[in-house]
Design a protein around this ligand. Structure first.
Ligand SMILES: C[S@@+](CC[C@H](N)C(=O)[O-])C[C@H]1O[C@@H](n2cnc3c(N)ncnc32)[C@H](O)[C@@H]1O
Length: 406
């Protein structure tokens, strides 16, 4: 439920949002000054602002901000009760910007999914998902019921995850489990990138666009603190945050190095595996971050595709023979996904495309022939490029492609 105080606060946040102050940053800034607001009120205000951006193109812009927020909320409530009140044609025309139609073949289920509030996924430390879920409460363990995500086709991959879906309302950052490093907040689609990489203890890996270390932590956890993980980013500030997160998780097998993405690499080391979790237009995150639907553009997509290709080209020579290269982007545009991956394959005959989720890695060899391993006509264990659509996993959209050096 939203009340007039919530709409009032949300309207005040709306006027501060600009191209250089996106909705999530504007909310954070507003809450710094509005110290009297409690957790429940802040959640309601954030949800009201995000709901506004999900339904933006349905709203009567001649009305006041407060009226439009109320209108968006009413649409959200009607849609939540009965999604079929909004016709698929209306979703396709209004839920996402027009320019995306040339870039993304939006499944109608994805369009429905991105109009809902997003689930919160945690990654428990290896093998501790049940314990964590019992401690936090209000949680489902994905490996316990892998078909619980929207699409059972993925169940042979998700069955091997440490993912926990948290449905409660506590501030997880103040729990003892968070301070002990018992979990990370990490979307399920991002967790599947780590699962596709599947580094082994004792190997040498490079997370080239490590950012604040979300995926680096997952890789290091799978390596069980044995071997070396290089983590680089062009942002020194993000690397500093990464170091703090590694300390909290008591993982010590990381070596950080700044890297701006150019041909001048931070090391001459040859790697068993390299992850390029590249900067992207983020269209796969538009459920969680609906304001970005109205700020991203085709120009961004074109520019980012050039950067993505150049990152892949620059690191390809750092693989050992037999080493694996993992390309991931949380976007669904053709230009940044299949176009980048296919052109890279063509330009690098020394690399061969290999399955993103090989069955042995997922402990499901015997299931290879099972119809449950297929999405439509495709066998997900044979796919060398995988799209994870938001409705399939109740998570962000993601694209992953993988190669092996011959
Ligand atoms: C998708 S984010 C990485 C998220 C991170 N891997 C995680 O899981 O939390 C992409 C990262 O690439 C970095 N980046 C952006 N442009 C870059 C470039 N040209 N070269 C290297 N890194 C770049 C950004 O600083 C950002 O941290």
């Amino acid at each position: 439920m939203s009340d007039s105080a919530t709409f009032n606060n949300a309207a005040r946040v709306l006027v501060t949002i600009a191209s250089d102050l996106p909705a999530d940053a504007a909310l954070r800034k507003y809450f710094i000054h509005a110290r009297h607001l409690g957790g429940r009120e802040k959640r309601a205000i954030s949800q009201t602002v995000f709901t506004y951006f999900r339904w933006l193109q349905w709203l009567d812009t001649k009305q006041s901000a407060q009226k439009q927020l109320e209108q968006a909320w009413a649409l959200h409530e009607r849609f939540t009760k009965n999604p079929s009140v909004i016709k698929p044609e209306a979703l396709a025309a209004l839920a996402v910007p027009e320019w995306t139609r040339a870039e993304i073949d939006w499944p109608v289920d994805t369009l429905r999914q991105i109009q809902r509030n997003q689930s919160l996924w945690l990654r428990a430390r290896p093998g501790t998902a049940h314990k964590l879920a019992a401690q936090l409460g209000d949680s489902d363990v994905l490996s316990h019921n892998p078909a619980a995500v929207g699409n059972g086709h993925w169940s042979h991959v998700t069955a091997h995850s440490d993912a926990v879906r948290y449905r409660g309302h506590h501030d997880l950052f103040v729990t003892p489990q968070f301070h002990e490093g018992a979990f990370e907040i990490q979307d399920l689609a991002s967790q599947l990138v780590g699962q596709a990489a599947a580094p082994l203890p004792g190997q040498t890996w490079w997370d080239t666009c490590a950012g604040e270390g979300g995926k680096s932590l997952h890789l290091a956890d799978q390596m069980a603190n044995k071997g070396v993980l290089w983590a680089s980013d062009r942002s020194e500030r993000r690397i500093q945050t990464l170091k703090k997160r590694f300390a909290r998780a008591k993982l010590f097998n990381v070596r950080t190095a700044p890297w701006d993405g150019s041909a001048k690499l931070p090391t001459k080391t040859k790697f068993d595996g390299i992850l390029v979790d590249a900067p992207c237009s983020g269209t796969g995150t538009w459920q969680r971050n609906p304001h970005a639907r109205w700020t991203a553009s085709t120009k961004d997509v074109a520019e980012l595709a050039v950067i993505q290709r150049s990152l892949l080209d620059n690191v390809a020579g750092s693989l050992k023979p037999g080493g694996r290269l993992i390309y991931a982007v949380c976007t669904l545009t053709k230009s940044e996904t299949t176009a980048v991956a296919n052109a890279f394959t063509e330009a690098h005959p020394e690399l061969e495309p290999v399955p993103v989720f090989p069955p042995a890695q997922q402990g499901a060899t015997e299931k290879l022939a099972s119809p449950a391993c297929t999405v439509g006509e495709t066998n997900i264990f044979a796919e060398t490029q995988a799209f994870l659509w938001p409705h399939q996993l109740d998570a962000n959209g993601m694209f992953i492609a993988t190669w092996r050096k011959k």
